[in-house]
Ligand binder design. Structure first.
Ligand code: HEC
Length: 135
């Protein structure tokens, strides 16, 4: 690579970085310091991710990124999928729904979560409270 091409590469890299920063600023608007980007929105195109290790497993984050784009409000509201808060399903039925999904409605997550993670997800759904309720 000669000096001129290398220079071009550097300029292009800097320009794309700047462009990214400007775009981020535009998207967040003037109140950006108080607003975090929506984790659920950025992973909306992902399908079932491979099993996460327990060390990094955070059920709230997982729900927001994997389930939240259909089960809105962290599962508190109906969205593309039904509200999960206060579900009348048994633990077994919840596990079955998560593992098998529902063709055309909800992806199957068999192989995505281990037993501990499924238990954590059920616990999370059971403990959902309306937004703003003191813990
Ligand atoms: C692509 C959208 C989508 C995603 C992603 C999704 N779901 Fe669903 N889910 C649905 C739909 C739609 C239904 C209703 C299916 C039916 O008709 O029974 C549903 C139903 C359920 C039910 C049964 C609720 C009830 O009371 O019948 C549970 C529990 C559930 N989902 C949990 C999850 C969990 C946990 C995740 C993340 C690991 C997840 N879902 C991801 C769309 C989705």
């Amino acid at each position: 690579m000669n000096v001129v091409t290398r220079h071009c590469v550097i300029v292009a890299t800097v320009l794309s970085l700047l462009h990214g920063a400007v775009r981020a600023a535009e998207m967040n608007g003037p109140m950006s310091s108080t607003k975090k980007p929506d984790a659920a929105a950025t992973s909306a195109t992902e399908t079932a991710p491979s099993a996460a290790s327990n060390a990094t497993f955070d059920v709230e984050k997982l729900f927001a990124s994997t389930c939240g784009w259909c089960h809105s409000g962290g599962g508190r509201e109906a969205g593309k999928g039904p509200k999960l808060m206060g579900t009348t399903l048994t633990d077994d039925e919840i596990v079955r729904r998560i593992m098998l999904g529902k063709p055309g409605a909800m992806p199957a997550f068999a192989g995505t979560f281990n037993g501990d993670q499924l238990t954590a997800i059920i616990k999370y759904i059971r403990e959902l409270k309306p937004e703003g309720t003191p813990k």
